[in-house]
Design a protein around this ligand. Sequence first.
Ligand code: PHE
Length: 455
Amino acid sequence: MSSVDIPREQWATRIGFIFAAVGSAVGLGNIWRFPFQVGQEGGAAFLLIYLLFIVLIGFPAMLVEFVVGRYTERNPVGALKEVGSGAWEYVGWIFIATGFVILSYYSVVAGWTIRYTLLGLQDGYLADAAEAEGQFVELASGLDAILFHALFMGVVIVIVAYGIQRGIELAVKVMVPAIILITIGMAVYAFTLDGASEAYAYYLSPEFSVIAAEWTSILPAAAGQAFFTLSLGMGVMITYASYLGEDRNLAEDGAIVIGFDTAIAFITGLIVFPILFTAGVDPADPGAGAIFVSLAAAFGDLTLGWLIGTIFFGTVAIAALSSAISLMEVVVSYIIDERGVDRSRAAIGIGGGMFLLGIPSAYDLVLLDLFDLFADQILLVLGGLLLTILVGWLISDLAVRELERGIGDLGSIGTAWVWAVRVPVVLALVAALYLGILEYIAFIQEGFLPWLTEQ
Ligand code: PHE
């Protein structure tokens, strides 16, 4: 079989591409991690730093992936082969590996969101925090978790198998507007709750003293979050941009994607905190399964909480789905381009493999952490860093020319972009990688090895 003669797929519309990229970016990172980071790390002061990082690091790095994808019109492995020589071509492999590992457990977590959507419709949520935690432990691992992991992966496979226009583009054109509308609707609802004003004060009051005291940990955390939330570092944006036909203004598209991603993250905080404060749940103690424990307990306490909870978890499930299809597409595009396998087979084969790799994560939370920390804090950052070095330092002329296609002569702005990529982005990623490795070693020693000896 060979795909050489088949014309490569393309997005049907500009909005299709933008929605797909927004769908990828908006996920668990926005809905859970972001508001809690803001709440804990100094409120509005952290928000300012984060926005600065999005602009200074996230935006240039997203354009790096966009130009590589559009220029080569290939999957990440093929793309890196084309723009990099020698060992650089192997950077594409890191992207494939990262996507494969991340989706394996992302699907397990997404399975929980489906389970929790149904929970609201069945028995409602448990108001007692300890009971809610017990319920989560029960549902998060074991047969239940594996079944919902399979269900979620099955849906991802079907969407990806239908291809760019009829699968992914169609799906995101429904999902992304739904996510946006429901999120806004829920923020309006949350505004009416008793705890709203207290919550806003907690979420939005700047505590500059926290930043001054803890900037060494806040800065890399903000950089890492910027990268993760924008789906950078695993070739998603390379892959999605590779399906762009005409010469569009990539900077404008990137700004739109980033604007939506940041807005959804911010608005989610306006939902989560009023709910927690109204139910009297402490927002300062998140932890791994927090959305399924403290927030679920808050839903157990609110009037009509089962309904609000169902809508909330349903939205999270949709957000996870639109992120998951982008991860699968990275790997599937590689199999199609480089191996000539047809799309449906590629999706089924890859999805099946990811499902199997996810089973340990559905078996025990410690194993999920083991995969998550490795992929998120090491692989993703490493892939992003190497790509940034390649594009910023070695092929920057080509990259600027590609960025100018669809915009026009960039002049000094092009130079500014290249230097943003060369220095701040590279430095942020080096710092994030260093801290990620330290954290991983600590986790192996304090979490994984003790767990292993207990088995
Ligand atoms: N950007 C997603 C989020 O914020 C996570 C993600 C990363 C999804 C990479 C796909 C690829 O949750």
